[in-house]
Design a protein around this ligand. Structure first.
Ligand SMILES: Nc1ncnc2c1ncn2[C@@H]1O[C@H](COP(=O)(O)OP(=O)(O)OP(=O)(O)O)[C@@H](O)[C@H]1O
Ligand SMILES: [Mg+2]
Length: 350
């Protein structure tokens, strides 16, 4: 039976030289997605997985595609990879339309899928060699050993893939996507199930690739990592793009900071002299002051606390992070994203 979600005429990307067909000038946009829609027609109700998504991934960027489970991230990535057929819209990879110039588009991109689909009877070394063969990478330019090293699989190079652990298989998928040195590397949850140390190594390797000019697109549910790694972030929710901005600008959207002051003595209520601040009592000995991070008030707050005769034992501050922004945007679907996100706020926060 024909599955409408899987391309029927997907030829193997075989015997393609690394330079063949590439445009001379590198495009400004590594990926362009314009009015992209995808509806899955399964056995039950149709599922609108992508709803008029338009976004651009600038060349050379480290781009995070974030969203809750079922948001449509993998659908978008699988469309880029030619694994899922879109319902409508335009997609260009490195300037190549994925329909009109499918071979060039596929050659420009390496995709690490979310699903672990590895032939269990090949060894990592064999798998990478087969993949290099499919992409026509000449022997002299193959980097099998180097790539195995990057993903920490040198000791397992000759082991059957079926004997690898889950995290090792995921790293092998990352290695596979790197074989033809694609301009754009797309990683769909590359670190799911990968242990902390190797996750760090993988990120370091990905960052090196980016530094060498590869555009990186990734999805992850580790928002702390996304915040640290990505220079641009798009957030998808229920198939709709609800934010696409630089990481810094996204973080600025909440523009809130909290200063917690621990006192030597308990206070039952906020002293009247501090009522000009946005302040609450966390515990009898702790005052929490909220203010806008674009208008720092730490000095004035501490001066005022000391002036009312309280003794400060300790202070700590906390700033809104990507997780806060993500939760605000994805849990408040009824409100338009702009309404949640004043670029600059003045005065104290309520
Ligand atoms: N082959 C399919 N047939 C029918 N529905 C599908 C299919 N693949 C995905 N969907 C549905 O499309 C929506 C988007 O799924 P998708 O896998 O793109 O989400 P995701 O953002 O990658 O989620 P996760 O974070 O869990 O990986 C979901 O509602 C999902 O159930
Ligand atoms: Mg997914």
């Amino acid at each position: 039976m024909i599955n409408p979600d899987v391309p029927q005429s997907a030829p193997m990307v075989s015997r393609l030289s690394e330079t063949q067909g590439r445009p001379k000038a590198a495009p400004d946009a590594a990926i362009e997605v314009i009015h992209l829609n995808k509806t899955y027609h399964g056995r039950k109700e149709p599922v609108l997985a992508l709803d008029d998504v338009s976004l651009t991934v600038p060349r050379g960027s480290f781009f995070g595609l974030l969203g809750p489970n079922g948001a449509g991230k993998s659908t978008l990535i699988n469309i880029l990879a030619g694994l899922v057929v879109r319902t409508s819209g335009t997609v260009r990879v490195w300037g190549h339309d994925i329909d009109a110039d499918m071979r060039a588009a596929r050659r420009a991109i390496g995709v690490v899928p979310q699903e672990l689909n590895i032939d269990p009877f090949f060894t990592p070394r064999e798998l990478l060699e087969v993949q290099a063969g499919l992409y026509g990478v000449p022997q002299a330019r193959r980097r099998t050993a180097e790539i195995l090293d990057v993903v920490g699989l040198t000791p397992q190079a000759e082991a059957y893939a079926r004997t690898l652990s889950g995290g090792m298989r995921r790293r092998l998928l990352v290695a596979k996507a790197m074989v033809h040195a694609p301009r754009v590397l797309v990683l769909d949850e590359p670190t799911a199930g990968v242990d902390v140390e190797l996750r760090r190594q993988l990120w370091a390797a990905t960052r090196r690739l980016r530094d060498a000019g590869t555009t990186i697109v990734l999805t992850t549910h580790y928002l702390e990592e996304a915040e640290a790694m990505c220079d641009r972030i798009a957030i998808i929710n229920h198939g709709r793009l609800i934010a696409c901005d630089t990481t810094e600008a996204l973080l600025r959207r909440l523009d809130s900071k909290e200063l917690t002051v621990t006192l030597a003595e308990p206070v039952a209520e906020v002293p009247a002299a501090l009522s000009g601040f946005s302040v609450r009592i966390l515990r009898p000995g702790r005052l929490v002051f909220s203010y806008s991070s674009s208008q720092p008030q730490a000095g004035a707050i501490l001066d005022a606390v000391v002036a009312v005769g309280l003794t400060v034992v300790d202070v700590s501050t906390e700033e809104a992070d990507l997780e806060d922004v993500f939760l605000r945007l994805t849990t408040a679907v009824e409100e338009p994203p702009q309404a949640l996100a004043p670029a600059v706020t003045t005065g104290t926060l309520p």
